[in-house]
Design a protein around this ligand. Sequence first.
Ligand code: ARG
Length: 261
Amino acid sequence: MCSPEHFAVEYAINPWMDVTAPVDAELAVKQWDRLRETLVGLGHEVHLLNPEPGLPDMVYAANGAFVVDGTVYGAQFKHEQRAAEAAAHRAFYESQGWRFIAPSETNEGEGDFAYLPEAHGGLILAGHGFRTELPAHAEAQEALARPVVSLRLVDPRFYHLDVALASIDDENIVYYPGAFSAASQRVLTQLFPDAVIADDEDALAFGLNLVSDGANVVLNSEATRLAGKLKAAGYTPVPVELAELKKGGGSVKCCIAELRH
Ligand code: ARG
C-alpha cells in the first residue's frame, strides 16, 4: 500500500475524476489508514511504498505490478501522468528479492489482472479495452506461466477489471456482467457458474473493487447491497469508508497490491 499523502485530482483519465471537485488529502490519508488498520486487524501483513510528490495517483498501488507465486510482472502505464510509478514499484520488488519481469506491453498491473489459484489449476483473468492492451495478456502468460483469459471491458466507468470483477476466494469471483462484452460474459458464465453476480448499483458504489482473504471481504461501505449478497453467500463483509479516494476512481482493491509468494 502507498499513503495518499500527495493524493489529488489534477487530471482526468477516467470518468470518475473531476478536476473541479475539491479533494481533502488529509481525510484521504485518514480513510486509507483505517483500511490499512483493517487489514492488519484481520491478520494480514502490510508493506508500505513511499509516496512521491508529483504522482497523485500513487495511492492506487494495485496498478504497479501483478504477482503470481513469487514472480512479478511489472506494469507499464497507459497515461504518461502515471508512467513514473512503475519504477517505484519495481524498486520495491527488487529490493525485496522478488523475481521481476519487466513488461514491454502496456498494462496496469492488478488493475487489469486477477488471479484464482484454485480455479482450473491456477487461472489469470485479464481485462482490456481501456488501459491494459491485449498483447500484455500474452506477455503475462509467458511471464507467469498460467493461462490468461482475456475479457473485454466495454463501459468506460469500469475502465479497469478490478472495478468490475474480484476474486472472493481461491476459486470463485463476483462480477458485474454489464461491464463486459456479451462474448466475455459468456466466457465468465462458462468458467464460473457459481459466481456471485453484482448489479449496476453494487458496481457504481465501487463494491466490486474489493479484497478478500477467502473469508473476510473488505469492501467500500457504500456497497451495502453487495455486502448483503456476499453475506448470504457465506462470506463476512468488512465495510471501509473510502469516499475521498473514490474521487480518483478507485476504492479498496485499487489501494492494495497483493504479494503472492
Ligand atoms: N486515477 C487512477 C487512474 O485512473 C485510478 C486508478 C484506480 N486503480 C485501480 N486499480 N482501478 O489510473
